[in-house]
Ligand binder design. Structure first.
Ligand code: DPP
Ligand code: ZN
Length: 863
């Protein structure tokens, strides 16, 4: 298919005011009859044709103003229905059938278990009926659904139910009206035999909103945390942005087969069960946080996304970047503020930076795409969120919130562009964002170099910037970069308040004076900009920041930098065939200081004790050597565990569970520290560790501690390992999401035969190849969580992934493409690994592929 370019945007030829949909769901096919009130768009350039998209459906008939069209009045192809010379204003009726039962793509109208549900973003509506499948065609929808009453007792669509009743032959129907005009990607319908939990929320102005959460029967008791989170999010958006919910009901449906995390359809969210289910004994603290944040994210879309939407898909970050930012702020307000931010920073550095430095690098607002579903990326989402965060910082929180309100008022009910958003920000805040706009248009991670000079009590701080070339963008302009700094003295006391420096030329200097001794610089506090900082600080300065920095992000980062220095030196030595480099004594002293004076926030302590990930370590090298990285990281971990074995025993003792599970900051922090301590002890197979972990597994009242025990046992040869794994599989056999943890755990086990074990599990009855959560757990877990297995020297890991991508592609191209993306960064690896990954990509390229996978594989091979 064709590549689409942002620059080619044309307004729609015809606008649609109302959409009337009638779905007759039958066991073989679903009959669709769609009626549109259409009028010519005064702003259109060419109105001689009207294009309606439509794929994978059976066309039956089309009529204008009650007159059936002759075949010469339209052209029908595999993906469109084109009407020749339509009148200026008319009523259009199109009839078609679809087969949700056979639709395995998880797009359009499809089956998940016994539920039939829809997923339209980005272009799934054109798998339901013929329609201009673009977000700038907004209409008011009425939806009538009729189905077998026994098989599908619950019928749902967007908006208010205005009519319902029984029909002949055991059938029934319901009619829904959505009062808000919306783009078709926000259309939703669900039918099924569903259980439900119900609650209500009274808005600030006193309107009572009916809250319902549906799921397959038997899962209701896993939904209460999601419901509580929804109410938290509703209150937060009122308190923070003054935004109140705008319909009488807010309905959520959790389905087991879903490609994304969730979908913000107006008034009728459809969620992956993985982002709804959370019960103490089935979900970890991370799962609880994920559910809370995704529920909030989708809720926040009601304004930033639904009330004001995107003109075209190149503008995706208009709604996603802003909503991710809102979600991030919400999460910071609910959890540990420091560690929540640290996790956001880690995601940027470990996942977004590699994307931005690889063959698939693209701007937050991409210039072109083949398959839009490939652009729901970490760059559009998370970097887009960081770009918004920079605007909020520059404006100040209150002014930013006023500006968002201005944007929402100005464009309410419209489909707009990122440029419209930036203009609204400028109008309201008075900021000049001319240079700042490069953040939207340019790919790549800017590098900011920090240099200092101290003389006569005066510190000169010089910041310079440089951004490496990315595909199709060779000469990078200068970015407008906010860099927050603070200064500390030798005892770690602040000697200069935090301040935001704005780096907007190639190099700039600032002087600070009045010091007796050279102060320590804390830079990029809170990660004020999505840049890579290049700053060679001494071990002593890092140890000082690690002990005293008042910004948790910088405090953690100083610890990370200290670990990284040792690890990078060691990896380099191994690469050159030299003797391994041992950690300096200062590193152990810094850890000891940390253990002696831990931060009050337990989660922060846990994060600071955690070594930089393999991904983070890989980012330090031009040519990544998985095995050298793995060896260096393991040995440092062993050295730390050996040195502090007693301290970790004590930490595990003092942080063991002592009361019933509750999900809050203090308890989650305690559990994190417990898990980290156990992990260190497992690294050196400390005496009694296996028995202790098994006892924790047996006695825990919650999944977080149970997983800590399983993780500790994961790589051991102790008999306890198999015993608890088997017990786990038996206990949770009827809980597919919990079994995902079991799959993932085995996929990430460091054993020589992990590839073979993954192959075995692929054939296991407990695995289901048609379910994305299972695939993400087993194959995603393997690639991301078992680098040593994936990069195994004989290429068996690459072969495994290539085989499965080829098998998956005809079924679920979106997911196949996402897996293929994991092979595309081959050029960043040392030759042996790079060759293997590239060969796997080349083998995939030989097959007949979906557009999704083809686009990714081509980008991967082109470099
Ligand atoms: N459902 C996805 C999200 O909320 C796409 N809109 O980000
Ligand atoms: Zn979103």
């Amino acid at each position: 298919t064709q590549r689409k370019y942002r620059a080619d945007y044309q307004p729609p030829a015809y606008l649609i005011d109302t959409v009337d949909l009638d779905f007759e769901i039958r066991s073989d096919r679903t009959q669709v009859r769609a009626t549109y009130a259409v009028r010519r768009n005064p702003d259109a350039n060419d109105t001689s044709q009207w294009r309606l998209d439509g794929r994978d459906m059976q066309f039956l008939s089309a009529a204008i103003d009650g007159r059936a069209l002759d075949t010469h009045e339209y052209a029908l192809s595999d993906n469109a229905l084109v009407i020749h010379n339509p009148p200026e204003i008319f009523t259009f009726v199109v009839e078609n059938t679809i087969g949700p039962e056979q639709n395995l793509s998880l797009e359009g109208f499809y089956r998940s278990g016994d539920i039939l549900c829809s997923q339209c973003e980005s272009n799934g509506f054109s798998r339901i009926t013929y329609f201009p499948d673009r977000p700038d065609v907004m209409a008011r929808y009425t939806t009538r659904i009729s189905a077998d009453a026994h098989k599908f007792p619950v019928l749902l669509a967007n908006g208010n139910c205005v009519d319902s009743g029984t029909l002949d032959n055991g059938r029934h129907y319901a009619v829904f009206e959505d009062p808000f005009a919306k783009p078709c990607y926000l259309f939703a319908m669900v039918v099924g035999d569903l259980g439900m939990i119900r609650d209500s929320y009274t808005t600030a102005s006193g309107r009572k909103v009916d809250l319902r959460l549906y799921t397959e029967h038997g899962n209701e008791d896993q939904c209460h945390h999601a419901m509580a989170s929804l109410k938290q999010a509703m209150a937060w958006d009122e308190d923070t942005y003054g935004l109140e919910y705008d319909l009488d009901s807010y309905v959520t449906v959790a389905v087991g087969s879903f490609n994304m995390g969730a979908m913000e359809n107006k008034g009728l969210n459809v969620f992956n069960t993985a982002c709804i289910f959370a019960r103490a004994d089935t979900a970890t603290d991370s799962d609880f946080a994920l559910v809370r944040d995704v529920v909030a994210h989708e809720y926040f879309h009601n304004y930033t996304g639904n009330r004001v939407t995107c003109r075209d898909w190149f503008q995706l970050s208009l709604k996603e970047g802003l909503t991710v930012y809102r979600e991030h702020q919400f999460a910071i307000d609910q959890g540990s503020p420091g560690v929540t931010r640290i996790r956001q920073v880690r995601t940027m550095r470990e996942i977004q930076f590699p994307e931005d430095g690889g063959p698939r690098a693209h701007p937050v607002r991409p210039e072109s795409y083949v398959e839009m579903n490939n652009f729901y990326t970490i760059t559009v989402y998370e970097k887009g969120g960081e770009v918004i965060r920079m605007i909020a910082q520059m404006a100040g929180r209150d002014a930013f919130i006023i500006a968002v309100r201005h944007y929402l008022d100005k464009h309410d009910g419209q489909a707009v562009t990122i440029e419209d958003f930036v203009v609204a920000m400028e109008e309201s805040t008075g900021l000049d964002l001319a240079q700042f706009r490069h953040w939207y248009a340019q790919a790549g991670t800017p590098r900011v170099r920090v240099a200092t000079d101290f003389e006569d009590g005066r510190l000169q701080l010089t910041l310079s910037q440089h951004t490496p070339a990315t595909p199709d963008q060779n000469d990078k302009p200068l970015f407008d970069i906010p860099v927050e700094i603070a200064l500390f003295d030798a005892e770690g006391a602040p000697v200069r308040e935090a301040e935001v420096l704005r780096l907007n030329s190639a190099e700039q200097s600032w002087t600070f004076d009045g010091f007796d001794a050279e102060p320590t610089v804390s830079a990029l506090r809170g990660f004020t900009a999505p840049v890579r900082l290049e700053y060679e600080q001494s071990d002593e300065a890092l140890a000082r920041l690690m002990a005293h920095d008042s910004d948790p992000v910088c405090r953690w980062d100083a610890a990370q930098a200290l670990y990284l220095k040792t690890l990078v030196a060691d990896v380099s030595a191994r690469r050159e065939g030299n003797a391994p480099v041992a950690a300096p004594e200062l590193l152990f002293e810094a850890i000891e200081t940390l253990l002696d004076n831990p931060p009050a926030d337990r989660e922060l302590l846990a994060e600071m004790l955690t070594l930089p990930s393999e991904a983070m370590l890989g980012e330090q090298f031009d040519a990544v050597d998985i095995f050298a990285i793995d060896a260096a990281r393991r040995e440092l971990k062993e050295a730390i565990a050996t040195r502090f074995a007693k301290r970790f025993q004590a930490l595990a003792d003092t942080h063991a569970a002592s009361s019933a599970y509750i999900f809050d900051v203090a308890e989650a922090g305690r559990r994190r520290v417990f898990a980290v301590a156990l992990d260190y002890l497992a690294t050196i197979e400390a005496p009694g560790l296996a028995a202790r972990a098994a006892a924790v597994y047996d006695g825990a009242d919650n999944m977080t501690d149970r997983m800590a025990a399983l993780d500790a046992l994961r790589d051991l040869n102790a008999p306890e390992r198999q015993r608890v794994l088997d017990d786990f599989a038996q206990t949770w056999a009827d809980y597919p999401l919990v079994m995902d943890k079991w799959l993932r755990l085995q996929a990430t086990t460091r054993r020589d035969d992990s590839v073979e074990r993954v192959r075995e599990l692929l054939a296991d009855a407990r695995f289901d190849f048609t379910n994305p959560n299972r695939i993400r757990a087993l194959l995603g877990g393997f690639v991301r969580g078992n680098r040593v297995g994936f990069h195994r020297a004989d290429g068996a890991g690459y072969a495994l992934i290539a085989d499965e991508i080829l098998r998956l592609d005809s079924l679920n191209p979106q997911l196949a493409a996402a897996l293929a993306g994991m092979l595309t960064n081959w050029a960043r690896h040392v030759p042996a690994q790079a060759d293997g990954m590239r060969a796997a990509l080349a083998r995939i390229a030989e097959a007949e592929l979906s557009d999704n996978t083809r686009e990714i594989v081509a980008a991967g091979l082109e470099q």
